[in-house]
Design a protein around this ligand. Structure first.
Ligand SMILES: *[C@@H]1O[C@H](CO)[C@@H](O)[C@H](O)[C@H]1NC(C)=O
Ligand SMILES: *[C@@H]1O[C@H](CO)[C@@H](O)[C@H](O)[C@H]1NC(C)=O
Ligand SMILES: *[C@@H]1O[C@H](CO)[C@@H](O)[C@H](O)[C@H]1NC(C)=O
Ligand SMILES: *[C@@H]1O[C@H](CO)[C@@H](O)[C@H](O)[C@H]1NC(C)=O
Ligand SMILES: *[C@@H]1O[C@H](CO)[C@@H](O)[C@H](O)[C@H]1NC(C)=O
Length: 228
């Protein structure tokens, strides 16, 4: 019986370790990882590093949010937001101060039937063809923002916006840089982790893991009592 118990304990311990691992993986913001991948690629081609702009990132998230359901079966996008959408929908939704709205010098959008880790999203979705790479490596850009959001059990959408704003004085977020809190997805330049909508896609939720643990504990107890 002791043997059986210790065996269960090992099982429980391994489950706890797994839970800890999953939890620790949740804290990142993959939109920031994509900005780093863009800048690594630019510096290795002797281009300037782009300033990570949270205001631009949040607008990229709005773009993704508007277009996320327009991902076709072959991962192409049928979505054309107008210029007015930027100033009339995207900026107000983020709390971007309109007088600081700068010039957008490029955009790259991509979608995929499921979430991809940042390096794969970069190479397979965003920098996947010559046209996208030339946008990515354009000398006119000084700032970048990345937004991403998924549809529950549906496609995942990425958007990268570039701007020629040279200082941190473009796309300024109200409320001393905090802007308006977003409910879904995530964007670069923000210290906030991705919302649950995104976390649920790649990793099982903590609630699920906790209930699994409780279930296993119950099993352990009933087994111990049966053995006695
Ligand atoms: C930059 O990205 C492009 C597109 O993925 C790739 O072809 C190129 O090799 C990358 N450059 C470096 C130095 O990694
Ligand atoms: C992808 O699908 C759209 C319509 O759903 C079609 O117009 C387009 O030609 C397809 N593209 C490729 C590369 O197959
Ligand atoms: C998304 O697709 C629908 C249906 O094809 C279309 O009516 C709509 O205009 C598209 N959205 C945008 C923002 O282009
Ligand atoms: C770089 O971006 C600017 C502004 O959008 C554009 O006018 C120019 O044609 C682009 N250059 C290349 C090489 O794509
Ligand atoms: C913009 O802000 C970032 C982070 O606060 C800082 O590292 C960077 O030096 C600033 N750039 C300029 C041009 O002020």
């Amino acid at each position: 019986m002791l043997k059986k118990l210790s065996c269960f304990c090992w099982f429980l311990l391994s489950q706890l370790l797994l839970a800890a691992l999953v939890c620790s993986k949740d804290h990142g913001n993959p939109a920031n990882d994509i900005v780093n991948l863009i800048n690594d690629n630019r510096t290795s081609h002797k281009l300037s590093i782009l300033n990570d702009s949270p205001g631009l990132g949040c607008m990229a998230l709005q773009y993704a949010e508007l277009c996320k359901t327009n991902c076709t079966a072959n991962n192409t996008i049928d979505c054309k937001p107008s210029e007015d959408d930027f100033t009339e929908i995207f900026a107000p939704n983020c709390g971007v101060e309109l007088p600081t709205f700068g010039t957008i010098t490029g955009r790259i959008v991509g979608c995929q039937s499921k979430y991809l880790e940042p390096p794969l999203a970069f190479s397979h979705v965003l920098a996947k063809d010559k046209k996208a790479v030339s946008v990515l490596q354009n000398k006119s850009h000084w700032e970048v923002g990345v937004g991403m959001v998924g549809v529950h059990k549906g496609p995942f959408f990425w958007c990268v916006l570039f701007s020629s704003g040279r200082t941190n004085s473009t796309f300024v977020l109200e409320n001393r840089g905090l802007g308006i809190k977003q409910k879904k997805g995530c964007y670069s330049g923000s210290s906030l982790p991705c919302s649950s909508g995104l976390k649920l896609a790649p990793y099982p939720s903590n609630v699920m893991i906790m209930s699994l643990l409780v279930y296993q504990l119950q099993q352990l107890y009933s087994n111990v009592f049966l053995a006695m």
